[in-house]
Design a protein around this ligand. Structure first.
Ligand code: DAH
Length: 344
């Protein structure tokens, strides 16, 4: 802008310089306020020779309009910028701050926990084989946890399950087999059901034991079901989950609710059977228990063991995830450590 009067020109120039560093509300006070620079100029009008007063007054008005418009524009820009810069306290940020020492926003919003990702994969594999899904529960009773599964009262095998009890005599289940009786009673034969759920064990934690873990139970009941069918299903599942070539070994086991019972071992993926602290130097890791459903369990589930047979299994999801991804400490899965979780 071109002003003829020196005093107007000076106010115009200082205003322009001020817009670089002064916020709009301060500019308004400094230039348009009661004691502002524009008002000061107006006071000078009377001192000008009469024939110049009109022109001088016009220039001041032009300057005043210019300043008003400019301050208006600047405050719109500042508001927009402020809303962009505002801190979103819910936004994930990187704990390693950037060079300017400002928190850096993560460019990733988050992801499903690896246990949930794998649970979905596993349930998918079973759904493709025609299994229904029935979720387990987090509080149960003695009948479902033990009695219906052929553990007579006072039987020493009850001690193998390191069970928590509430003061009222309820149990946060130590295995998903706690759902077997309900499944046998409520599903129609042929029964093909998988039961994922959280389990609780009253035991000391270490690299391969946690007090809270996840299991996936399976129950299959129909006419003429044999152990061959059981190994077929388990093999298909293990091959679907571990794309790696692991060796599998079957050994006899004992569970009150199956007869015969078996344990499935996989070659230790950490030491490739050479022996390490993860597999207790045996080279093998037990991945699941299984067996033919005991006739007493079928009877308790209102199924005639003379007519029908079935098999069941149970395995730890956490352990499967550890083996698949080479995680050497089960406790990491519940640690909430971002550095660990970010890998998946
Ligand atoms: N419930 C057993 C456990 O927690 C696992 C298990 C073994 C489940 C054999 C079964 C089975 O259904 O048939 O160790």
């Amino acid at each position: 802008m071109d002003f003829k009067y020196q005093t107007v020109k000076e106010v115009y120039e200082t205003f322009l310089a001020d817009t670089e560093s002064t916020i709009p509300s301060e500019l308004k006070t400094k230039y348009l306020g009661k004691k502002g620079k524009v008002k000061q100029l107006l006071k000078d009008v009377g001192e000008k020779p009469k024939d110049e007063r009109a022109n001088f007054g016009k220039e001041i008005n032009t300057l005043k309009h210019f300043i008003e418009n400019k301050i208006g524009q600047l405050s719109v820009q500042t508001k927009a910028k402020f809303s962009q810069d505002q801190i979103d306290v819910t936004a994930p940020f990187d704990i390693n701050t950037s060079q300017e020492n400002k928190p850096k926003l993560l460019n990733k919003v988050g992801s499903k926990h690896i246990l949930n990702q794998e649970l979905e994969n596993i349930l998918n594999v079973f759904e493709k084989m025609g299994f229904d899904i029935e979720e387990s529960r987090q509080i149960d009773d003695d009948y479902n946890m033990f009695t219906a599964l052929n553990f007579p009262i006072g039987h020493p095998a009850r001690d193998n399950w390191d069970t928590f009890w509430t003061e009222e005599g309820y149990i946060p289940p130590a295995h998903t087999s706690t759902m077997q009786n309900r499944v046998l009673k409520s599903y129609k034969i042929p029964i093909r059901v998988v039961v994922p759920g959280r389990c609780f064990r009253n035991e000391a934690t270490d690299a391969s034991h946690e007090h809270t873990l996840h299991q996936i139970e399976g129950v299959y009941v129909d006419k003429d079901i044999s152990m061959g069918d059981m190994f077929g299903v388990i093999k298909e599942f293990l091959e679907g989950i571990f794309e790696a070539n692991l060796q599998i070994k079957i050994q006899t086991g004992y569970f009150p609710f199956t007869e015969p019972s078996a344990e499935i071992m996989i070659s230790c993926p950490f030491c490739k059977t050479r022996g390490c602290n993860i597999c207790s130097y045996s080279g093998w890791i037990e991945i699941m228990g299984c067996g033919m459903v005991h006739p007493n369990v079928l009877r308790e589930g209102c199924i005639d063991p003379e007519e029908y047979t079935g098999f069941a299994w149970g395995f730890g999801l956490d352990r499967v995830v550890m083996m698949k991804y080479g995680i050497d400490d089960i406790r990491k899965l519940h640690s909430g450590e971002l550095e660990f979780l970010d890998q998946f």
